[in-house]
Structure formats: C-alpha cells, structure tokens
Design a protein around this ligand. Structure first.
Ligand code: G3I
Length: 360
C-alpha cells in the first residue's frame, strides 16, 4: 500500500493504519484519527512503564486517550534488555508493548545501538572488532525477532554525530567495529542486522540538534542529511530519521524544520518528530519563568511544529518525550510538556487540535 504520489516506504502506511479509533472524544488522538491524516501519521508520546499506575490512573488514562503511538522512555534500550551478555530480558519493554496493544496504539522501538548507557560488559569488555560486530548483530537480531511484527519503527542507531564541526562520529565502543576501516561501519552493521531480523519494521536514525536546517543547528543537521543520503546511496536499509527537539519555546525553529523534513521526503526518507519537549526557556535570556504568556508561546510552537509535520508528506509521526510535567526527564521547573502536573491541558493541546482539525 503506497500513498498516492508518495515515494515513501510502503510499510509505513500499512502499519500505521493498524491504529484504530479510541473512545475518547476531544483529544489529540481523536482529532488525528478523525482527520484525513489518519492513514499517514500518528501522534505519540514516550511513556515509562513505572508510571502506568501513577496518579490514580491519570497517567495511563491520559496516554491512551490522547495518543495512538507510544515509545518506551528507557526499557527497550540495550542496557535494559541485555544487562548480561546474551541473556535477554524483555519484561519491561513488553509492558510498554502490552499497553500499546491493549489500547490499540502503535509501538515505536527505542533504541538498538547508542554510544552511551551501554551495560558495562559492552564498554569494558575489551572486545575486538569482530566480537563487537557479533555482539551488535546478536543484540539486534534477538530484539527484533522478539518484536517482529509488533513495532511500527525502531531507532536503530541513536545520537552518533558530534555536536560541533566538523560533525564526525562520536567516539564510542561501537566505532571499534572497523570492517572497512571507516568510523561509520557500525551504523551499516546495525541497519543491516535490523533489516535481516525484521523486513517490515521501519528503520530510523535518531538524533538531537538536527531538526532545523537553519540557524544554530544547521551544521549538524546538514551533516546528518549527508550521512543519511550516503547510506541510501550505498544501499543501507534506512527508512527514516527521528528529529528530537529538546529545546526552549523561545527558539524560532519552524521554517528550518519544515525545510529539513521536506529535503528528507524528497529523497524518500520519512521523518518522525521523536522527542519533542519545549521548556519555558527564552533563547536570548535563558529565562525560564512560567506565565500565561509563555504558555501561549509554548502552545504556538507546539502547534507550528505540528503544522510543519502536517505540511510535509514524509512526516509520519509527531511525538513528545513524555506528556505530563509530572513525569519528565528534565530536572527543575521548566514546564516542558503539553499537560500540567495534574494532567489538565495546557493551551498547547487545543492549539494542536486546531491544526489537526484544519487538516481535514
Ligand atoms: O533505574 C535506575 C534506578 O534504579 C536508580 O535508582 C536511579 C538513580 O539515578 O537511576 C535509574 O535509572 C535512570 C533511568 O533514566 C530511569 O529513570 C538513569 O540513572 C538515568 O540515566 C536514565 O535517564 C534516561 C536517559 O535517557 C538515559 O537512558 C532518561 O530517563 C530518558 O528520558 C533519556 O532519554 C533520552 C533518549 O533515550 C535519547 N535522547 C535524549 C533523551 C533525553 O536524555
């Protein structure tokens, strides 16, 4: 199944179409599922299975009614699923998949290969290139075999690119995989292993400070685009890129994000907004004082970024990293998510619903 005029991977549309309507009315989820976008894009949030019973059920109830895709914040990562070499424990990650299945939501996998937060046996093992190759292939093969047919997409490699010029690859254990002597070898190994284990899930590269191709993130954004284009050109099976956006709501990003999404779409690579949270921080002053005005500004940026995703056919998921300020990885009082601590809606929710309604 291929969307009309689309040059995107057919699996995208087919798997996303599995998500069915929720019962709740007047939610982000019901708005996207009632819209003409329903077969193209999901609206998602990262969740943490440790909070499923939190806050008298408000956490689970809000996640299931407002979103039709979830990602596990931590429990599907290498360090969670293979703490001991070749002993796999998918229980926590399975809880998130189970939550998705119970609530007719799509499940997005995060992540298979990252330079940090590896179990110490990986980083301290002193393994050779050949051994690391087998370790990476074995991890990916076991994980994707366990989740075969269950995940719409996986972040195969996470955050590999340096933050400053010349934007090479970060040094980590995985660069010791040097089959051809190139620092990118481990990335190719990871994607090939993922495709071999599950031919249908979509394979993503995910990173931060890359969402906008303009302004302060232009350098890293261009480097990532070149890397991904190079992967496509040499036949590495990559279907999409994850654009994280852990930024302050005073940053003006939107046109550069839309243009970036479009250049990926033009080469047949999907974009997912994967990790969006917008603190109250203002770009010039770094001030982060919450007020009605800042709530409005934050809502506008959430809505404008959603509009950019709606505008570009290749953008197929719009996802925040968490959804309530009660449970966010960001320390301090920076109010980054669309729902308050008590799960009431910030202005961002109605403003995003307006975008979805006008997409009809
Ligand atoms: O589970 C242990 C607990 O047993 C222990 O008592 C506690 C003490 O600090 O730590 C707990 O583990 C923490 C874990 O989150 C679960 O809460 C780790 O220390 C902490 O480092 C870990 O942080 C996560 C981080 O990724 C590293 O994996 C954040 O929750 C998570 O939001 C963050 O997510 C990342 C994405 O994966 C990639 N992009 C950036 C994003 C934000 O940093």
């Amino acid at each position: 199944m291929r969307a009309p005029g689309s040059n995107l991977a057919p699996a995208a549309v087919a798997v996303i179409a599995l998500a069915t309507s929720s019962d709740a009315e007047g939610t982000l989820r019901s708005a996207v599922e009632a819209s003409s976008l329903a077969s193209r894009m999901t609206i998602g949030a990262a969740v943490n299975e440790g909070y499923f019973d939190a806050d008298d059920g408000s956490y689970s109830q809000t996640a299931a009614s407002q979103y039709n895709l979830v990602t596990a914040e931590n429990s599907c990562k290498f360090g969670a699923t293979e703490k001991v070499q070749n002993q796999f424990s998918f229980d926590a990650c399975d809880q998130v998949l189970g939550f998705a299945e119970e609530n007719n939501m799509a499940f997005r996998g995060h992540n298979l290969c990252w330079g940090v937060y590896n179990p110490s046996w990986v980083d301290d093992g002193g393994f050779s290139s050949a051994e690391l190759t087998r370790i990476l292939q074995n991890h990916i093969n076991n994980t994707l075999t366990h989740y075969k047919g269950k995940a719409v997409a996986w972040d195969v490699v996470n955050e590999a690119i340096e933050d400053s010029a010349p934007y090479g690859l970060k040094k980590n254990t995985w660069n010791n995989i040097t089959a051809s002597g190139d620092a990118t070898d481990y990335i190719d190994v990871a994607f090939a292993a993922a495709r071999a284990a599950d031919p249908d899930t979509l394979l993503f590269y995910n990173d931060y400070n890359v969402a906008s191709m303009d302004g302060w993130s232009a350098g890293k954004s261009d480097a990532m685009f070149s890397m991904v284009k190079g992967m496509r050109d040499r036949g590495v099976p990559i279907d999409g890129v994850g654009l994280q956006m852990h930024v302050g709501c005073g940053y003006d990003l939107v046109d550069g994000v839309r243009a970036n999404m479009q250049r990926y779409s033009d080469i047949g690579v999907q974009t997912h907004v994967t990790e969006l949270d917008l603190t109250c921080e203002q770009s010039a002053s770094y001030d982060c004082t919450w007020s009605g005005e800042v709530e409005e500004q934050q809502g506008r940026l959430y809505a404008d970024l959603l509009q950019a995703c709606v505008d570009v056919e290749g953008c197929t998921n719009f996802e925040t990293w968490g959804f309530t300020d009660a449970h966010t990885w960001i320390k301090g009082d920076s109010h980054p998510l669309p729902f308050y601590d008590d799960y009431s809606e910030k202005k961002a929710v109605a403003m995003m619903m307006d975008v979805l309604a006008s997409a009809n």
